[in-house]
Design a protein around this ligand. Sequence first.
Ligand SMILES: *[C@@H]1O[C@H](CO)[C@@H](O)[C@H](O)[C@H]1NC(C)=O
Length: 349
Amino acid sequence: MVISRISLLLVLWVVCRSQVKSLTSQFEVNAESSAHQNPACAPAIRNHIISHLALLQSDQDEFMSDELPPFLVPRPPGSSQLSKVRKHIKSNLKALNWTVEADISKQFTVLGFIRFANIIATQNTAAKKHVVLACHYDSKLFPLGFVGAMGSAVPCAMLVNLAKKFNPIFQRMNSDTTIQLVFFDGEEALLFRSAFDSLYGSRNLANVWGKKKDPHDSSQNYLQTVEAFILLDLIGIKDTHFKRFYKETDDLYTLAIDFETCLREMGMTERPESDPPLFEDQRRQAAIEDDHDPFLKKGVKNIMHLITSPFPSTWHTMKDNIDSMDITVIQDFNKIFSLFVTYVFLNAM
Ligand SMILES: *[C@@H]1O[C@H](CO)[C@@H](O)[C@H](O)[C@H]1NC(C)=O
């Protein structure tokens, strides 16, 4: 046991020394917990966690003080506040040298013509395939003053945060797959939710991508280059939890469970062990309509819908604000999700 602990520490030191200083104290924790290894915490996952966790160390205060506030304003489609949020997203991702595009459409709505603008930020446009990580950055017009913290200021801030924190890893990657962030406009109904009054941005982008040729292979369209489509919604309250939705992504979902299990076992999550996991090992039979639907209808199969269901009581109320957010949930999700994304899609070992 002593020998294996020493050799584990040695491996950890080699893996980590390039990036990690502040993690030294946590080595002890890792070595201790290796005594009772959970099969979900395989050495590869464990090593990945250790070598990349340091990138999230500064997260504790920054997320709440810097990343989240720009999103926490009423920002209905077509408003000047939404345009400010859009500029914020674009400038942050441009600063990382990502390719940032807008998908603009003027659509007839229940409130007349409105201009919608999805934002698409691609880390490496030379890659042949892309993993879409998406949220919607508009907020519901009513009730007036609604800021939609869990839906979806927190999810969008999480995606910007992930890009900023993990950009050094993304840049070093030589993978055929790139990360692409999509911020949808007009997810919410302007008045009453219906097929016509909702999903304005995502319906448009699914159409545009269906007609756009894959720049690397003109025999297929751009939708066919989507390796996975992961949509974040209703995240941030204490009772945040996800379920399995689509069978096509069962294996991916299982890996997310593994990451959470492993982080917990290593003592690296913020929430107490008695709290239920964020990634529940349960299937939800009925799908929930959201921005992935227009893509699903056009044949995008590998969809992960990370949304709390049944919907929390604060959903679409003024209580969906900063006061109902749970920092430990946010931090745990940031860790699990970013480690999962870099491990699964970018072989960032
Ligand atoms: C972005 O590109 C510029 C010019 O090549 C470079 O000076 C800068 O360091 C890059 N920034 C990042 C975050 O990679």
